[in-house]
Ligand binder design. Structure first.
Ligand code: MTE
Length: 325
């Protein structure tokens, strides 16, 4: 299609040879815009996007909470930050550390919504100030059979829930991760139904162990570990601990969750660490502690509720944990 008007603003006519087909003109314009944008991007580099982002190694002051410290030797910072599951950045354990630099953690908001009297959207830096930051060392047991020990920084999720004032209809809490294909190359694969989402029953979410997590090893949370904010539920398999969350939604019905949708017979809603209930394709009785147990050393026994039974077993009294896996 030709650009209709051939009249110049000064009133003279444009020779037919100078009239550009609209498609060509528009493609040229897009190329020019793209060139401009990437030139600007090059000029300002990633700094332009990351202007007020804390540096990866920025310190985060927190007070150790003696009530929440396991005595196992912590896993090294290197292992915690280079052996990850974060499918938004690729499916190999080494992909997140390679790719997560494209995640922009500022500006960032977390919206607290759904069945609450007091919905609110928190800017991440306000969220960090909501309650005193604590350091807590927890075991993390992945459903794949490996484990780590991680000194996290954060505060009980209950602090946010109390402020949100859930209505009587709030029976579950859903956690929704960011899903932005521009920042997350893994979204081009439809292996999971994005955004990554997880959920807890209200009493599980309110449990003091459930941590709104913003750091580890006294530093801001590295991007590959779920910056700027994730959930940690230490008595459940690691996939319940959603990374880089943007929504905390209170709902009446058990919410759909990513891994349950992917393979309902393999990943249940509860997913409590349980050495007596095997995954359909492998045993859950033992685990390999990353950094400590080599491939040829004997695996260590997995503990019921990942060793947190004293604190959480009462939540499941009377429930058949084989049925509610
Ligand atoms: N959260 C999001 N958004 N995307 C993911 O792929 N992987 C889960 C969980 N949270 C995942 C996620 C899985 S399977 C595990 S074991 C833990 O994050 C791993 O956390 P880590 O990499 O910090 O050890």
């Amino acid at each position: 299609m030709l650009i209709k008007s051939s009249a110049r603003l000064d009133g003279s006519d444009i020779p037919a040879s100078e009239i550009t087909p609209r498609g060509v003109f528009e493609r040229r314009r897009q190329l020019l815009l793209a060139a401009g944008a990437s030139a600007a991007g090059l000029a300002f580099g990633r700094r332009a996007f990351a202007a007020n982002e804390p540096a990866d190694s920025a310190k985060l002051a927190a007070t150790p909470n003696p009530k929440f410290q396991v005595t196992d030797k912590p896993t090294s910072l290197k292992d915690i930050t280079s052996y990850n599951n974060f499918y938004e950045f690729g499916t190999d354990k080494g992909d997140p550390v390679q790719n997560a630099h494209s995640l922009q953690t500022r500006p960032w908001t977390v919206s607290v919504e759904g069945e609450v009297h007091n919905p609110k959207t928190y800017a991440i830096d306000d969220l960090l100030k909501l309650a005193p930051l604590e350091e807590r060392t927890y075991r993390l047991r992945c459903v794949e059979g490996w484990s780590m020990v991680i000194p996290w920084t954060g505060f009980s999720l209950a602090e946010i829930i109390k402020r949100a004032q859930p209505t009587g209809n709030a029976k579950y809490v859903q956690f929704i991760s960011l899903a932005d294909p521009k920042q997350m190359p893994g979204l081009s694969s439809n292996i999971l139904d994005w955004p990554y989402s997880e959920g807890l029953r209200m009493d599980e979410a309110m449990h003091p162990l459930t941590l709104l997590t913003v750091g580890l090893y006294g530093q801001v949370l590295p991007k590959q570990d779920g910056a700027p904010v994730r959930i940690i539920v230490p008595w459940k398999y690691g996939f319940k601990s959603a990374k880089s969350i943007v929504k905390i939604r209170f709902v009446e019905k058990e919410p759909p969750t990513s891994w349950n949708k992917y393979a309902p017979n393999e990943y249940g809603f509860y997913s409590n660490v349980n050495p007596q209930v095997d995954h359909p394709r492998w045993s859950q009785a033992t685990e390999r502690r990353i950094g400590d147990d080599g491939f040829f050393s004997p695996k260590r026994p997995t503990l019921m509720f990942n060793g947190y039974g004293d604190q959480v077993a009462s939540l499941y009294q009377g429930m058949d944990l084989k049925k509610f896996y």
